[in-house]
Write a protein that binds this ligand. Structure first.
Ligand code: SF4
Length: 373
């Protein structure tokens, strides 16, 4: 049997655009997005939520702009945010122009929904004048009437045709700085639509399974849909849509990227499901460690394994490893090698110290390398 290289993801070649300072597409890292759910007109609350998303590592944040009060607050939000801000607009071309003037890095707007060609021209001109990119966002739940009539129901062909129709409007206005999404809550439909769109154009693609559900259901559905596409090399930026706190979307997004070895951030914990052989409470230990290590952004791996059946093997593949041992004496592995023992009482504090120390060493050596080059 011949086994081909099985970790390889060959990424689709997309053109690169910019969302503020963030490159999307081409060889840019796949970015993670989320969306605020505060009233955008309440700048203070929105900025607070953006802070939380930034702490979780978000690359770009979308805010809804349904009314003038929202676009009026946008300038303050854009000034306060470190992440580029995307203004989410539906139908109202004036909101789009206001958002561009307020400093939005990108407008999420479908040009076919704006109205007259003159209005489209005005929005495109505002985007050009203020360095805004755009996202065309086609959604199976709000497909254009003529496409629903043509195809009878939302289907991949209809989503792709809709996306290309909107794209053509921007192209006819000599505007190419945009990305596209073709979302559906049905995983099969979304994946097939993205596959079709990926073949039909070279615009960067924003991936998402829309209205995916709550924290658990939505994360699983998104991991399957977004994960399948990323695995096939399709996708340049992702949003996991959850009926949950927005920060959970960012965490789930990074977990999908981590699982596919595409992008790493923070501590990747490898842990066993536990059984009667566990020599310490693995589940509680992992729960506590996840919280206490949430502030670490440096990518590193940690194995938390209940006993010697799988502990030494997993520890060999991780930066720091813990294997449960008899009589409350557990083995700590550093870089895969058994190093010292630790007792129950000091277990968690000790691992937190080890991880923090290793993260600081990795950061210092990266800085030294950067200085030397
Ligand atoms: Fe059980 Fe040990 Fe396997 Fe964990 S590693 S599930 S404790 S046998």
């Amino acid at each position: 049997m011949t086994i081909r290289p099985y970790r390889q993801i060959i990424r689709r070649k997309s053109r690169q655009i910019h969302v503020g300072s963030l490159a999307v597409g081409g060889d840019a890292p796949i970015s993670v997005q989320s969306m605020t759910n505060t009233l955008t007109s309440d700048a203070r609350a929105t900025i607070d939520q953006i802070r939380g998303l930034e702490e979780a590592g978000v690359d770009v944040v979308r805010v809804s702009c349904p009314d003038e009060g929202s676009t009026a607050a946008l300038a303050e939000i854009v000034r306060a945010a470190k992440a580029p801000i995307i203004a989410d607009i539906h139908f109202h071309y004036k909101r789009a122009i206001e958002a561009a003037k307020a400093g939005a890095a990108c407008l999420r707007i479908n040009p076919g929904n704006i109205g007259s060609p003159e209005r489209v021209r005005e929005v495109v001109q505002a985007a050009k004048d203020h360095g805004c990119s755009m996202r065309i966002g086609v959604n199976a739940g709000s497909l254009d009437k003529h496409l629903l009539e043509k195809y009878g129901e939302p289907c991949p062909e209809a989503l792709v045709e809709s996306a290309l129709e909107h794209a053509r409007i921007l192209e006819d206005n000599d505007f190419f700085e945009f990305k596209i999404s073709v979302k559906a809550s049905d995983v099969f439909l979304a994946v097939a639509a993205y596959q079709g769109l990926a073949e039909a154009c070279d615009y960067p693609l924003h991936l998402g399974i829309t209205e995916a559900g709550g924290l658990r259901t939505g994360t699983v559905k998104s991991a399957i849909g977004i994960g399948a596409l990323l695995w096939a090399g399709i996708g340049d930026t992702i949003r996991v849509s959850l009926s949950a706190e927005p920060v959970e979307e960012v965490k789930a997004g990074f977990e999908i990227l981590k699982a596919l070895d595409i992008r790493h951030r923070g501590v990747r914990i490898v842990s066993c499901p536990t059984c009667a052989r566990q020599a310490y409470p693995v589940i509680q230990t992992v729960e506590i460690l996840e919280k206490r290590l949430a502030h670490i952004t440096t990518p590193l791996s940690l194995s938390i394994i209940g006993c010697v059946v799988n502990g030494p093997g997993e520890a060999r593949e991780t930066d720091i490893g813990l294997t449960g041992g008899g009589q409350g004496n557990h083995m700590i592995y550093l870089s895969g090698i058994a190093d010292h023992k630790i007792d129950d009482a000091r277990l968690i504090d000790h691992i937190v110290e080890l991880v923090e120390k290793r993260a600081a060493e990795i950061e210092a050596s990266a800085q030294n390398l950067a200085k030397a080059s």
